[in-house]
Design a protein around this ligand. Structure first.
Ligand SMILES: C=CC1=C(C)c2cc3[nH]c(cc4nc(cc5[nH]c(cc1n2)c(C)c5CCC(=O)O)C(CCC(=O)O)=C4C)c(C)c3C=C
Ligand SMILES: [Fe+2]
Ligand SMILES: [Fe+2]
Length: 317
């Protein structure tokens, strides 16, 4: 047995080619932690109908951002950066919920290295049953099936970690500098939406998002800001107001300079590169917005990597 500690980074994943869009969406729409469609025995059939219809549209969005999701490469770069900071007593791995490397792949790799102690670090800053909850459930299922005996420590949220806030606030302050006068800028925090039913059932996601926004603005100082929600993906009621409706409303109120601040993700992917930059960017221009900017995603920002390293080093078993 190795004395080293493994760090297992949990992330959603994404299609790594246009052909992978359909299987990725099938994995997502058959996961009852993120979406329940009908009784469980029928879900795979209903999911296939939904995905057959959705995949060609979604594939077109991925085509426009380079033919795939960059989430695998960006998460791999975060893994390498974290490994370098933690040094040789640790070994870092990635498990993607709906693509490769899967949870099985990652646990098999940890086992091959003879490591028993594992710090599980979810890369979603804000806890939700739909995201971190789903990845942790998948991990528990794989462990049970493999009858694997790891000693696990979980880090399932870091929405208020001082280094996460510092990294994000730094991006916002740099974003503001791109405008001639910050007083004329409207900061638009755009969090990933979530069905309202999750919140009604006690999910802390919305509270976490609001706290991140409050802490970031504490550092950024005086500026106009508001919160809205992007990427609704089903017909039920999701968190509101939507980012699209908010951009239109701001334009109608005469706002001309927007700084988009996506929350909920720590790297670029379809929701930043397509949805904000291309889709909302074009819509904003149509409504008369003159400058539509987005803060850089955290990706391998050194302060963010320090945050991850601190979370691992201070994790309590
Ligand atoms: C079907 C229900 C969905 C819920 C609930 C949901 C919540 C949720 N998702 C993220 C982060 C990401 N989602 C991404 C893609 C994506 N998400 C859904 C569905 C739900 N998400 C779908 C169907 C898709 C695929 C794209 C599409 O068809 O529109 C991604 C991007 C992956 C990539 O391309 O790199 C991320 C990241 C959060 C944080 C969240 C709730 C808190
Ligand atoms: Fe989404
Ligand atoms: Fe999503």
């Amino acid at each position: 047995m190795s004395e080293k500690t493994a760090v297992l980074l949990l992330q959603m994943g994404g299609p790594d080619s246009l052909d992978a869009v359909h299987p990725f969406l099938m994995n997502l729409f058959t996961d009852r932690d993120i979406i329940k469609i009908g009784p469980s025995f029928l879900q795979p059939f209903i999911a296939r109908r939904i995905v057959n219809k959705r995949a060609p549209h979604v594939a077109e969005y991925y085509r426009q951002i380079g033919g795939k999701s960059p989430i695998r490469e960006l998460t791999e770069a975060q893994r390498e950066g974290l490994q370098a900071l933690l040094g040789e007593n640790y070994r870092c791995f990635v498990a993607m919920r709906y693509s490769r490397p899967s949870t099985i792949d990652a646990l098999a790799a940890i086992k091959r290295e003879g490591i028993r102690r594992v710090v599980v670090l979810s890369l979603y800053p804000h806890y939700s049953k739909a995201t971190t909850g789903s990845s942790v459930n998948e991990l528990q299922r794989v462990l049970k099936e493999a009858r694997a005996d790891f000693e696990l420590t979980f880090i399932d949220r870091f929405y208020d970690h001082p280094l996460y806030i510092k990294a994000l606030a730094g991006k916002v302050m740099r974003g503001l500098q791109a405008f001639p006068d910050r007083k004329d800028v409207q900061i638009v925090f755009s969090a990933h939406s979530l069905p309202q039913s999750f919140i009604d059932e006690g999910d802390p996601y919305l509270d976490h998002i609001q706290e991140t926004r409050r802490l970031v603005m504490e550092q950024v100082g005086e500026a106009n800001h508001l919160l809205c929600f992007q990427s609704k993906a089903s017909r039920v009621k999701w968190l509101e107001p939507s980012t699209e409706a908010t951009i239109e409303k701001l334009a109608k109120e005469g706002k001309r300079n927007l700084l988009m601040v996506p929350l909920s993700f720590v790297s670029d992917h379809i929701e930043t590169l397509y949805e904000i930059d291309i889709q909302y960017g074009e819509e904003a221009k149509g409504y008369g917005i003159e400058r539509f900017e987005r803060i850089e995603s955290l990706n391998s920002d050194p302060i963010f990597l320090d945050c991850l390293a601190d979370l691992v080093r201070t994790a309590k078993a």
